[in-house]
Design a protein around this ligand. Sequence first.
Ligand SMILES: [Zn+2]
Length: 254
Amino acid sequence: MAEGKQGNTKEITIEERLLALFRLQKADSKIDNIQFLRGELPFEVSDLEDEITGLETRIKNYKEEVTVLKKSITAEKNRVSDSKGKIKEYEVKLNEIRNNREFDSLNKEIEYQGLEIELADKHIKEFTKAIDVKKVQITEAETVLGDKKEDLTVRKSELEQIVGETQNEEVDLKKLSDDLSLVIEPRLLQAYLRIRKSVRNGLAVVKVEREACGGCFNKIPPQRQLEIAQRRKVIVCEHCGRVLVDKGFEDEVV
Ligand SMILES: [Zn+2]
C-alpha cells in the first residue's frame, strides 16, 4: 500500500497528470459533441418565443383599436338618430308656424341637422373601412402566429428529445471535467484551456499517431516520440502547441 501518498497531492507524477489531462480532454470533447448536436436549436427556440410574444402583443393592440373604432361608430350612429329625431320635431313645428322668420329658422335647423347626419355617415364609413383594414391585419398576424407556434412546438420537442437523451450524460461529464480540473496543475490547466479556445476542433491534448501530431499531423522527430512515450515530461507539439501524449493512454482510459 502506498501509505505515504494519502492526502498528499504533491506526489502526483507527471504521468498521472498527463493521464488526467487526457481524460479531461476526452470529457470536454464529449461535452463539445453534445452541444454541437443541439446546434442552433436553443437559440431558434428562444427567437421563436420572442417573435410569438411580439405577434401576440400586436394582435392584442389591433383588437383594442377595433374596439375603439366600434365605439366611435356607435357614437356616430347615436348622433344620426338624434339628428333624425330633431328633424322630425322641426317638421311637426313647421306645420304650426305663424311667420316667415320662424319658417326660415326651422328650415335652417333642419338643414343643419341634415349636414350633421351626412358628416356622421361619412365618419361611420371611414371607421368601418379602418375596421376592415385592421381585421385583415389581425388575420394575417394570426396566420403568422399559428405558423410560428407550430414551428415552436416542433423545435421544442426536437430540443427536448436531444436534451433528454444527453442531459444526464452531460451532467456526469461536466462533473468529471470539474473533478479532473482540480487534479491538474493550474498552469497546465490554463495552457490547456487556452489551446482549446484557439484551435478549431477544441483538441488541446492529442495522441501521437503514425509518428505525427494527432492535432496538426506534422511529423514528430524520433527522439521526441521517445520522450513522449516515457511520460516524464509535458511535451507540446512544436508546430501547433498542443500537448502530446503517448498513444497507449487510450487503453488506460475507460
Ligand atoms: Zn501539432
